[in-house]
Ligand binder design. Structure first.
Ligand code: NDP
Length: 326
């Protein structure tokens, strides 16, 4: 489409925002035909960094960028928004209890949900990146009763991409040879990267890797990759998270074809995940909507891991219910 699309990024002054905005400006979010209005939402502490990013975006002279706006006002930021990338969140501080973390994020994602409900375009699509992403998406959705719950999604695409990359390296094949990898559950250490349905050049991957590698190397490596990046790089992953956010939105808008990916989407009860939870599933994007891949056989090994991650999502939902946030 050549009609300009309004893209709002929260936490726009942060590390992920910095990487994300330049690629969105260059057309890698929606395609090289689609002009964008970029709205950068920040809190007062992040305002100057976002202003700096806006100046640099101007200096990029991106042909697709129609405007760049920096604001601290969620109502202004989400007025007419088509694509909302909710990146800014409250990180867990030293000694912070989980309830404190959820409450602090409730104060961010509740009002943002209300502002989206009040002003968003009818086709709005929301991706929550800021952690705890699944539950933050649930909070925002609960505050946006007029927007279908299916429009609120949480990012597990980075976990998915990490899983593909690890598998491709193990098998010495290009990443494009791999399909049908799944990340289930919560975007947290409990996530389950599942290769029981995965294929390499159309052949089952399970014939090529042993269970020992799977349980003792692959799954922990993917789940712990964020910590590994911090150890090596000295700060958390930013460009790869931004890249995954672009992949998620690009696929959502443009479709996946027959290929599968993973996204945190509202559960319809499939695969034993309680309805209404925002859980990562195998998905395809068809006609601009995520569809959960139906009818997969789940073996006992997978069942136990999916259930453990979903149990954590249930606990998080109970905690935010107790706080009156959903
Ligand atoms: P980042 O841009 O690095 O990270 C932002 C969020 O993304 C965090 O919640 C972080 O979770 C999450 N995240 C980081 N890495 C990954 C990953 N690999 N996969 C998925 N999610 C990931 O943080 P910065 O501190 O650089 O920037 C945050 C900005 O947000 C600040 O400028 C702050 O001012 C702003 N902010 C804005 C708000 C608003 O607009 N209303 C509200 C709150 C903050 P984790 O902490 O677990 O790494």
């Amino acid at each position: 489409t050549t009609t300009p699309v309004t893209v709002t990024v929260t936490g726009a002054g942060g590390q992920i925002g910095y990487a994300l905005l330049f690629r969105a400006a260059s057309g890698q979010l929606l395609g090289r035909e689609t002009p964008v209005h970029l709205r950068l939402l920040e809190i007062p502490q992040g305002r100057a960094a976002a202003e700096g990013t806006a100046l640099e975006l101007e200096d990029g002279a991106f042909p697709l960028v129609r405007s760049v706006t920096v604001t601290e006002d969620a109502t202004a930021a989400f007025d007419g928004v088509n694509i909302a990338l909710l990146v800014g969140a409250r990180p867990r501080g030293p000694g912070m209890e989980r309830a404190d973390l959820l409450e602090a994020n409730g104060r961010i994602f509740g009002p943002q949900g209300e502002a989206i409900n009040a002003g968003a375009a009818s086709d709005v699509r929301i991706l929550v990146v800021g952690n705890p992403a699944n539950t933050n998406a649930l909070i925002a959705s609960a505050h946006a009763p007029d927007i279908p719950a299916s429009r609120f999604t949480a990012m597990t695409r980075l976990d998915h991409n990490r899983a593909i990359a690890q598998l491709a390296a193990k098998l010495s094949v290009p990443v494009a040879a791999i399909d049908r990898v799944i990340v289930w559950g919560n975007h947290s250490a409990s996530q389950y990267p599942d290769i029981s349905h995965a294929t390499v050049n159309g052949r089952p991957v399970t014939d090529l890797v042993d269970e020992d590698w799977l349980a003792s190397e692959f799954i922990p490596r993917v789940a712990r990759r964020g910590a590994e990046i911090i150890e090596v790089r000295g700060s958390s992953s930013a460009a790869s998270a931004a890249s995954a956010a672009l992949d998620h939105v690009h696929d959502w808008v443009n479709g996946t074809g027959e290929r599968w990916t993973s996204a945190g989407v509202v559960s319809d009860g499939s695969y034993g995940v309680p309805e209404g939870l925002i859980s990562s599933y195998p998905v395809r994007s068809v006609g601009g909507e995520w569809e959960i891949v139906p009818g997969l056989e789940i073996d006992a090994f997978s069942r136990a891991r999916i259930d453990a991650s979903v149990a954590e999502l249930v606990e998080e939902r109970e905690a935010v219910r107790a706080l009156g946030l959903v």
